[in-house]
Design a protein around this ligand. Structure first.
Ligand code: ADP
Ligand code: MG
Length: 363
């Protein structure tokens, strides 16, 4: 069964005080597909999820589960599992009974309940925790119990709203594959919401990048990283953040060049691909992984070394330029001294954006 979100709109309030939280979004999630809605705080992720769950009513548009239009159906008629950051386990029940509770309400026999719980606990690696009280578990273990409670119910749709935002980086990394295993096992459509692009990139079949109530791009994580449709997507996806410059594109004997201030760089494409933009202002985007530095300026943008952050396999190096601070991913052994450098650019990897629409051009 597929989940269809069609022209979904949710406006809070009216008149001058109205907030368009979700502005006509379309998204389909296939059976067994893991789709992540990723975007900054306040962009409309939770509102979208609440509309899919039936906890909020859209102002416009439809939600369909397969052929069934559920827009006007209450949550109980949707068989949706919803996991938040706050895990409300019943404190007076054992972990086992917490996980079995939904099945009890649904009328499963005690034997069936416990069999399903044992099975889920095995997958979640919490078999030895089943007789404990939730209060005796760590945050990560409690999140596993909450996952297990949803898993045994066999939901038709699985929704997550920033379930890991309270956990530290190590626990997050441990829990990610668990979430993937559990959702794989259920095999239903999964809509996962997060502001954390690393979480989105590592777990998802597709990511939907949301900004100000709209979806700017939907696609596989690699596709969205390699070929961002807009300046917003380029800046939101990828670490360290994409570096932007105001520039101009020029035709040099059929080859395109990009000018940043008084400095000119070759880019690996023909001038013909930038028809209509030659001589015009553009936004130039380059990932810090595709920037480099040379000692001495040598016709490049001059850069004064500020500091290095060695991360083991690479170093993030910070430079001051006339265009502001620039981050460059340098080699593991790079150690800047305070002399002058020149910024170099991988000509294959330069991204150009229309300064008015923010849409990538010349691809
Ligand atoms: P996100 O989950 O991406 O952080 P939300 O969906 O929670 O974003 O919110 C989107 C926008 O809608 C925000 O501007 C928020 O202030 C507004 N909003 C959300 N819920 C309500 C509400 N119940 N009443 C008024 N405004 C709301
Ligand atoms: Mg939210």
């Amino acid at each position: 069964m597929k989940v269809h979100i069609e022209d979904l709109t949710r406006v809070f309030g009216d008149g001058d005080g109205a907030t368009v939280a979700v502005d006509g979004i379309d998204l389909t999630i296939d059976d067994g597909e893991f789709v992540t809605l990723v975007g900054p705080s306040g962009c409309g992720k939770t509102t979208t999820l609440r509309c899919v769950a039936g906890l909020d009513r859209p102002t416009g548009g439809r939600i369909r589960f397969g052929d069934r239009d559920v827009t006007d159906r209450p949550p109980q008629q949707r068989n949706v599992a919803l996991l938040f950051q706050d895990i409300a386990l019943y404190p007076h029940m054992s972990v086992r009974d917490n996980m079995a509770y939904g099945l009890k309400i649904a009328g499963f026999s005690r034997e069936e309940r416990y069999r399903k719980v044992e099975d889920a606990a095995g997958l979640l690696q919490i078999t030895d925790q089943l007789d404990k009280s939730p209060a005796d578990l760590s945050g990560g273990q409690q999140q596993r119990v909450a996952l297990g409670r949803s898993l045994v119910r066999d939901p038709a749709v699985f929704l997550f709203d920033e379930p890991m935002s309270d956990l530290d980086a190590k626990l997050k990394r441990e829990l990610r594959p668990v979430v993937e295993q559990v959702t794989d096992r259920i095999g239903c459509p999964v809509l996962y919401v997060t502001h954390d692009q690393e979480e989105a990139m590592t777990m998802s079949d597709r990511v939907a990048v949301m900004n100000d109530g709209e979806i700017e791009q939907v696609g596989g994580p690699k596709r969205v990283y390699d070929d961002p449709r807009t300046e917003f997507v380029a800046s939101f996806i990828g670490q360290p953040t994409t570096q932007f410059f105001d520039g101009r594109v020029a035709d040099r004997g059929g080859e395109a060049r990009v000018r940043i201030g008084d400095y000119e760089y070759p880019i690996s494409r023909s001038a013909a691909t930038l028809e209509g933009y030659l001589g015009e202002s553009v936004r130039v985007g380059i990932r810090p992984q595709h920037l480099g530095v040379v000692r001495g300026v040598d016709g490049n943008v001059p850069a004064t070394h500020l500091l290095d952050e060695p991360l083991g396999d690479v170093t993030h190096s910070f430079f001051e330029t006339e265009f502001g601070e620039v981050t460059v991913v340098t080699g593991a052994d790079f150690e800047g001294n305070r002399e002058e450098y020149g910024i170099v650019i991988d000509p294959e990897e330069v991204m150009l954006f229309d300064p008015d629409t923010g849409v990538q051009i010349g691809t």
